[in-house]
Design a protein around this ligand. Structure first.
Ligand code: UT7
Length: 333
């Protein structure tokens, strides 16, 4: 096991909207049923926004993480907000979280790496902290997939929920830390949610420049479930193996793996590939569904609060999703 300069997780927080939608609730709006959803995905319920914006979920999670870290918001030296479902193009979600925290001054940056966003953000935080001029980084992952889910498309709407989770990170020397991040833009068309189209008064053509992208279907999320599934079952174990290799540790030596909670079958397939028992996987997919980049820190939060994850544990965060992006971080809690 390689000891290096890494990060310590000082505090963790989470927030989910109060509305809970069950599989039976979805059966009332699309042709589906509890048995299909449970068997094919492992999902039973998800939390859905009652109108609270993404930044609000993020700010609530951030406040808990800061309190849990035992510091004040003024001490945060950098805010990294991971979201692919922001409320505005500008200002960034990070700036809006900062505003809700009632502080100003520190830089605030949004990261859009879809469901891998938390892993990318922790990797970036570690690099910022290594410079030595920032004491604490707040990483907040906030997502409201309900904003762009097509509630007439049964193959996607049953998967997604809304939530946020946050961690406060501090530099730590001589500790376990390794990260691996990757992307494959060739897979971009497999998971798409469109932003605004170019409709300026000077435009001379109506033809679209988006080569090989799905037809625009307003702003809805479009997913080729089978292609993403195939990608995910390879990307998840590969990212864990690559991060473990860098940390000079085997996946079996990890105390917990916290995977992106997209589909229980993807996680089961990855566990077999990695030759680790399912009880190494920290799961909360049945209660929250897929909350994109908020899913890993959300499951981590549950793992910490249930006592499943303890101080000193060797844990691996592993994400995969739109982009296509994937990555893993091995860390000592
Ligand atoms: O976070 C980003 C990463 N995203 C993911 O990791 C998602 C990866 N993909 C998946 O998890 C799976 O592909 C899905 C859960 C999206 C779909 O599961 P599947 O086992 O691949 O189902 P399928 O698409 O092969 O569909 C099988 C059948 C189809 O019916 P026919 O054509 O066999 O008659 C679908 O129309 O199931 C049907 N179906 C449903 N039936 C009941 C699709 N959605 C539903 C539904 N309820 N909600």
């Amino acid at each position: 096991m390689l000891k290096t300069n890494g990060v310590k997780i000082k505090g963790v927080g989470r927030y989910a909207p109060e509305i809970v939608a069950t599989n039976d609730d979805y059966a009332k709006i699309v042709e589906t049923n509890d048995e299909w959803i449970t068997q094919r995905t492992g999902i039973k319920t998800r939390h859905i926004s009652n109108g609270e914006p993404t930044y609000y979920l993020g700010a609530m999670a951030a406040k808990e993480a800061i309190a849990n870290a035992g510091i004040s918001a003024e001490e945060i030296g950098l805010i990294l907000a991971s979201t692919c479902t922001p409320d505005y193009y500008t200002p960034s979600t990070a700036c809006l979280v900062q505003r809700e925290l009632g502080v100003s001054g520190c830089p605030a940056i949004d990261i859009n790496c879809a469901c891998s966003g938390f892993v990318y953000a922790v990797d970036m935080a570690k690099r910022y902290l290594a410079e030595g001029d920032i004491k604490y980084v707040l990483v907040v992952a906030a997502e409201e997939l309900s904003k762009f889910v097509d509630y007439t498309d049964r193959s996607t709407c049953i998967l997604f929920g809304d939530a946020a989770a946050a961690v406060v990170l501090e530099k730590e020397e001589d500790t376990l830390f390794a990260s691996y991040t990757a992307a494959d833009g060739m897979g971009a068309p497999y998971l798409v949610a469109r932003a605004l189209l170019t409709t300026n008064p000077f435009r001379q053509t109506e033809s679209e420049f988006d080569m090989n992208m799905p037809e625009p279907n307003k702003h809805f999320l479009l997913q080729d479930g089978k292609e993403v599934y195939k990608f995910a079952t390879k990307a998840l174990p590969k990212a864990v193996e690559e991060a473990c290799k860098k940390a000079d540790i085997s996946p079996e030596e990890l105390d917990a793996i916290i995977p992106h909670q997209a589909n229980i079958r993807i996680i089961e397939t990855a566990a077999k590939h990695l030759k680790v028992p399912m009880d190494k996987m920290v799961l909360n997919i049945s209660d929250y569904g897929n909350t994109s980049s908020a899913s890993i820190p959300g499951a981590f939060y549950d793992g910490v609060n249930s006592g499943r994850i303890k101080r000193g544990d060797k844990v691996c965060f592993v994400g995969f999703g739109g982009g296509l992006t994937y990555g893993a971080v091995v860390i000592e809690y």
